[in-house]
Each structure stands twice: as C-alpha cells, then as structure tokens.
Design a protein around this ligand. Structure first.
Ligand SMILES: [Zn+2]
Length: 442
C-alpha cells in the first residue's frame, strides 16, 4: 500500500481551530491512517515526502476541497433495483402492493447486484460509509469488501418469527470479521409496528450477546403512531423506551412524529437519530422536528433511505434538504446553518455508528476516509464561504477523488475497480425479469 500526500487543497477538517473552519494545506497518509495534517507548513510536507520518497503517491489538491467522507446513516442498498418502480403512492400500499411483492422475487444474487449499483452510486458521490438495513447482509458485506468501501451492516428482524435470525446474524459477524475492519455488524428491527414485542426484546438480547448496536425505523408516519397508541397506549418512542431498546448504541430512523416528551427521552437515552428528509417528503410522511431535537441535544445524522423512496443515494441533496426544510418549517432562515449540516453527515454520523474516534474528521491518527471535491465549477465560485458552497451548491458529480482506508477508490471521477457498463446491462436485464414475474404473480 502506497503512502499518499494530498498537497495544497482547501482542507475542511470538521473541527474549528481559533474560529477557522478550513485552510489551505496538505494531508499525509501512511497506510490507512492520516499521519499529517498541516496548513502552509512546507517544512513538514518536505519531511513527510522525504520519509516516504521510495513509496509515495502525490495528489495535487489545488482547486479542490478535501473533507471527511460523507456517512449515510440509513439505506436499504439493494433497493436500487426498485428505483422508480412504484412512485407517488402512500407508504402502506407502496410497501404492501409493490415493494414487498417485488422483494419476494429477489434472490441473493439480486441483493448482490442491487448493492453493487448502490455502492457505485454512493462512492462516486463521496459517501465512504453507510449503515444498511436489509436481509442477507453477509452478501452485502461481500460487495462492500470487494469495493473497498466501509459500512455498518444490520441484519433485519420483522414480524414475530426469529427462526433464522441468530444464524443470519452470526453469518454476518463471521463475514464482517474478514473485511479488514471495514465492516461493522449491527442489528435492525424494522419498526415498532412490524416487529412483535417479543422479537424487539429478542433483538435487544441478541445485540447484547453479539456486542452490536441496533437501528430501527421509529415514528415515520402518523398511522404508525396511531397503531402503537391504540395497541399500547404509548407513543412509539415511549413504547421502545419501556422495552429498554433506547440507548447510546441505538439509531432511531426517521423520527418524524414526535412529542416534546419523546424528544426528551431520545436526548436522555443518548439515542442517535437518522433523519431522511427526501424520503419523508416523497412519501409525504411529514417533517421531522430536527431543529428541536438538535436544541435538546439529540445527535442527529442524515440518511438517504432506500432508492425506491428517494429516488437516489445522494447525500449532497439530502444535506441541502435538511437545512432548507427546517428553515421553511420554522419560518426562520437562521436555523441549521451549513456547518451544522455538514457536521451531521460526518462527525455526528461517525459518533452514531460508534466510530467517532476513527472517522468523521481529518485529524492525525484517524482513518483515511477522505473525499476531494472539484471546486473549479461555475456553481462553486466565488469561494467566499467554502462550507456554504459545499452544502448549498455542490453536487455529487463534483466529487473527484475518494479514499477509503487509505486506498483511492474513485480517481478523477471514475471508479477504480468497476465496469459500470456491464453493471448497468446486468441490472436492467434482471429488473425487467423480476418486474415481469412480479406482475404475473399479482
Ligand atoms: Zn428505511
């Protein structure tokens, strides 16, 4: 593995120093670790160069912003196969009449194919790590491993059946242990209304047994809140709290319909929230009280959700939506400035995944998951405020270079190790087959 020197970029390290949020500087990488971060200190750069002169790859950072890779905290990656398959429908008919029947026709090879497409999309857009909730996460781990990506993968429990769950989780844990530290296993419960109380408690026991975190869709729609209130006389957050499912290693996804008391509980239990604004907008689920949660001290992060409810895995669009949606809802343009939103997609997300000491910032000793954004575009000049340009103006296509674990996986806007033409052909042909078979069954 070569050592890498990224020279003369605009470094956005995601921490402030003396009120400075970015600076022109260089970053040196040894193996998979950030070994040097410096601003305008040519002597340190020369020392780094001299130390590694026989094994150094230099990247010219001029005209680029260098920042930590973006972290998508909620995705169902194989659902890329269902992109634009069933749109403009309410959540339950969308799931019951379209998504679940399509999924019933999917094989493990389809999960692999959909993940390859999703991983390619995420990498090209500067997402270096994602939290996935789906089935056969051992297959997803294969794709992540081969692509050189980083992920937290969660085996999902639904309904009141847990017959194969422990076996599937053990397969994921085993597969994750062979991914060079780039895959972390987790457990997912689909939601309080689709998983029985017994299985929620079972999932909690499994999380303790395997020493992994837990994520769950919570309070996504008014209907869900109504179902839980009717059944248990509580809000979904109160219900999960009473079962003991809420804690620092829990990620609650969506959290659209919350009471003030729910927000207090999430803050007190140190639960992290994955906010998915575009999915919530597209399915008309509502607007999550993100600004209120942030004020209450909840660690809020950002996810895209699956490609069938978004319909892409673009974290740049998502970041912009987080900020704009909260501003218009509160009728207050001061809410959620660009810096805070970029923090949600980096620092906050890393902390939510239990990887806050390794990811989310450009600091010496942290893992080298970095992205370079080509700032020489009409929509990114002038550079009066680089952070505002990144959050309010940048597009996924502006990402030029992506490093994960010290390896270059996207170089000058191209995936280093993927034949996209052949991937598109396979995806298109297979989706046509599944759609035809699904239509016949319905
Ligand atoms: Zn979801």
């Amino acid at each position: 593995m070569a050592n890498i020197l990224i020279k003369d970029a605009v470094v956005v390290p995601m921490y402030e120093s003396g009120g400075i949020r970015y600076f022109r500087g260089s970053v040196g990488i040894e193996g998979n670790t950030i070994a040097m971060v410096c601003s305008g200190d040519d002597a340190r750069v020369e020392m780094f160069r001299a130390r590694h002169e026989d094994n150094l790859h230099e990247i010219d950072g001029r005209g680029h912003a260098l920042l930590p890779g973006l972290i998508n905290t909620h995705c169902h990656t194989p659902m890329t196969l269902m992109r634009s398959y069933a749109d403009d429908l309410p959540l339950m008919p969308w799931l019951e009449d379209h998504i679940w029947p399509f999924e019933a026709g999917m094989t493990p090879d389809d999960i692999r194919l959909g993940t390859e497409l999703g991983v390619a999309e995420m990498l090209l857009g500067g997402t270096t790590c994602f939290l996935d909730m789906y089935f056969r996460e051992d297959v997803i781990a294969d794709v992540v491993d081969k692509a050189g990506m980083r992920a937290v993968l969660s085996t999902t429990i639904m309904g009141d059946n847990n017959l194969s769950f422990e076996k599937d989780l053990a397969a994921l844990v085993e597969r994750a242990s062979c991914c060079g530290g780039r895959v972390t296993p987790m457990i997912a419960c689909h939601s309080p209304y689709t998983v029985s109380s017994n299985n929620l408690l079972y999932a909690k026991r499994m999380a303790e047994k395997f020493g992994v975190g837990l994520n769950i869709h919570v309070a996504e729609t008014r209907e869900e809140v109504g179902i839980i209130r009717e059944k248990f006389g509580k809000t979904p957050v109160q219900y999960l709290d009473d079962l003991g499912l809420l804690g620092p290693s829990t990620i609650a996804v969506h959290c659209v319909h919350l009471t003030d008391d729910d927000i207090r509980i999430l803050a007190e239990r140190n639960v992290s929230v994955s906010h998915n604004p575009q999915s919530n907008m597209k399915l008309a689920s509502g607007i999550s009280p993100v600004a209120k949660m942030v004020s209450a001290g909840v660690n809020v992060t950002i996810g895209t959700d699956g490609a069938s409810s978004n319909n892409d895995l673009d974290m740049w669009e998502e970041m912009r939506s987080v900020s704009f949606l909260q501003k218009v809802t509160a009728a207050d343009p001061c809410i959620l400035p660009a810096w805070d939103v970029l923090g949600m997609a980096t620092v906050n997300a890393a902390a939510a995944l239990g990887l806050g000491d390794k990811l989310g910032q450009i600091k010496e000793g942290m893992l080298a998951d970095l992205i370079m954004v080509d700032m020489d575009k009409p929509h990114l000049h002038p550079q009066t405020d680089v952070v505002a340009n990144l959050v309010y103006c940048a597009k996924s296509g502006d990402v030029d270079t992506v490093l994960i674990d010290g390896n270059v996986v996207v170089d000058k806007g191209r995936l280093v190790d993927c034949d996209l033409r052949s991937l598109y052909d396979k995806v298109d042909a297979r989706v046509e087959e599944i759609r035809t078979a699904t239509a016949k069954r319905l």
